[in-house]
Design a protein around this ligand. Structure first.
Ligand code: SF4
Length: 446
């Protein structure tokens, strides 16, 4: 008997597990929106799902292992599993099939059509959506809370950083035309979104592949470039936050808009190292830019600018002198929020071929030294906010009170503001309040 048809005659319900970064989350949202549009129901339970889709992450080995475990659990609990996302290509796809031969289909990142075609095949859906009953939210299905949303402006990357396998998974840069990005942004704002988080692999490269061609939005010509996008988004009356921006000269154009309060004064700029010799060995974008000078100029124009970044210690060949240069860099840059990783090889990355690996104990020592210096910088920057009045976007309300974020805090990666005892606000409200205390990560309003 055809198992798929038996299931379809009752209810076409799909389970969904979304792993990985904000870009993968956007892919999940697109697939879910399309499924809902076609009349499928989304269920949070393994038991009543006709098929379970796992959107995987293949960024580092730990993420791959987590994806493989999630697939294993879905097979054990449900048995009918489709896999998509970053692990769905090349060697990783073979690993999935070797470890979980019962998987019913595997597709790569952003392969919306392929996933949907397989769902239609293994779980035919006789139920046609009734527009009056099956209301699909105009902004599509969002996995983030209703008041903030990720806005993906491009896919892929033209760089070839030696430690990264993303270009081999996602391909070269493909930017969305600015009209389509703005249509999506407008729909989200109309649906109640108060904060848009602009994401991509390389936001500063937006439009390069389109040769910055002019597109139209609401009958208005707009160039597909970062400045025009930032300027158009800044007119929407919401918070606009930029992620994955590199310190190229053309990014300077965003800073006056931040100083004027049109964009959030926040840049997420993964720098990875402070020594230009290491950056060159990493083949990093903007490796030869004078980043400290640029940051100083940006802060002159917009003193309240928050900069978040990530760094890698223990990259192959990193000498004591280069590590000291990194420490001197973060000491001078005084970045607000910083993540630091010890270098670890990722299967398929060009950096694996490099000589002079840094011993594990030395990596650990360098990481501890880096973290203790940065923690004191971040903590004193937070401490300096005590006594200031901040605009806070409320994210959640619990029995203990409200939790929100200031313009300096991106959801999920930065700190939060606790407002203990206050229950009068709702998620998505903007509240003005004086900061009364700070610890190493979070702020308090008492
Ligand atoms: S900029 Fe470098 S690290 Fe980022 S996605 Fe492109 S190749 Fe990978």
């Amino acid at each position: 008997m055809d198992h798929a048809n038996t299931l379809a005659s009752t209810a076409a319900k799909v389970g969904f597990i979304s792993l990985g970064c904000p870009k993968a989350l956007v892919d999940s949202e697109r697939i879910l929106t399309q499924l809902r549009t076609e009349g499928y129901e989304i269920t949070p339970h393994y038991e009543d799902a006709g098929v379970v889709i796992v959107n995987t992450c293949g960024f580092i080995d730990a993420a791959k292992e987590e994806s493989l475990e999630a697939i294993g659990e879905a097979i054990q609990e449900n048995g009918r599993v489709l896999v998509t996302g970053c692990m769905g290509r090349g060697e990783d796809a073979k690993t999935i099939l070797a470890r979980h031969p019962k998987v019913m289909g595997v597709s790569g990142p952003a392969a919306y059509e392929e996933v949907l075609a397989t769902v239609r095949e293994v779980l035919p859906n006789n139920h046609r959506p009734d527009p009056l009953i099956d209301l699909i939210p105009a902004q599509g299905v969002k996995l983030t809370p209703r008041h903030y949303a990720y806005l993906k402006i491009s896919e892929g990357c033209n760089h070839r950083c030696r430690f990264c396998i993303i270009p081999s998974i996602r391909g070269d840069l493909v930017s969305r035309p600015i009209g389509s990005v703005m249509d999506e942004a407008e729909g989200l704002v109309r649906a109640g979104v108060r904060e848009l988080l602009v994401v991509s692999q390389d936001t500063s490269a937006y439009g390069v592949d389109l040769k910055y061609k002019t597109d139209f939005w609401q009958g208005r010509p707009l160039k597909s470039n970062l400045e025009a996008l930032a300027s158009a988004l800044s007119e929407m009356g919401i918070w606009v936050r930029f992620h994955y921006v590199y310190p190229y000269p053309h990014v300077d154009a965003l800073i006056p808009m931040m100083a004027q309060g049109k964009l959030l004064p926040y840049i997420d700029m993964p720098l990875q190292h402070g020594a230009s010799s290491v950056l060159q060995r990493m083949k990093r974008p903007a490796a030869s830019e004078k980043t400290l000078d640029r940051i100083a100029r940006w802060r002159d124009i917009c003193p309240e600018l928050t900069i978040r970044s990530t760094f890698i210690v223990g990259y192959p060949g990193e000498t004591d002198a280069e590590f000291e240069e990194l420490l001197a860099f973060i000491d001078e840059a005084k970045l607000d929020r910083v993540g630091c990783f010890q270098y670890s090889p990722v299967k398929g990355a060009a950096a694996n071929q490099l000589p002079d690996p840094v011993p594990e104990e030395l990596k650990q020592r360098r990481w501890e030294q880096f973290m203790s210096l940065q923690q004191s910088i971040s903590a004193s920057k937070l401490q300096a906010k005590v006594g200031s009045t901040q605009t806070i976007l409320i994210d959640s309300v619990t029995e203990a009170g409200c939790v929100g974020r200031t313009s300096a805090d991106a959801p999920e990666i930065d700190g939060v503001v606790h407002l203990p005892g206050s229950h009068e606000f709702h998620p998505g409200d903007w509240v003005e309040a004086e900061i009364t205390a700070a610890d190493d990560y979070d702020l308090w309003v008492s």
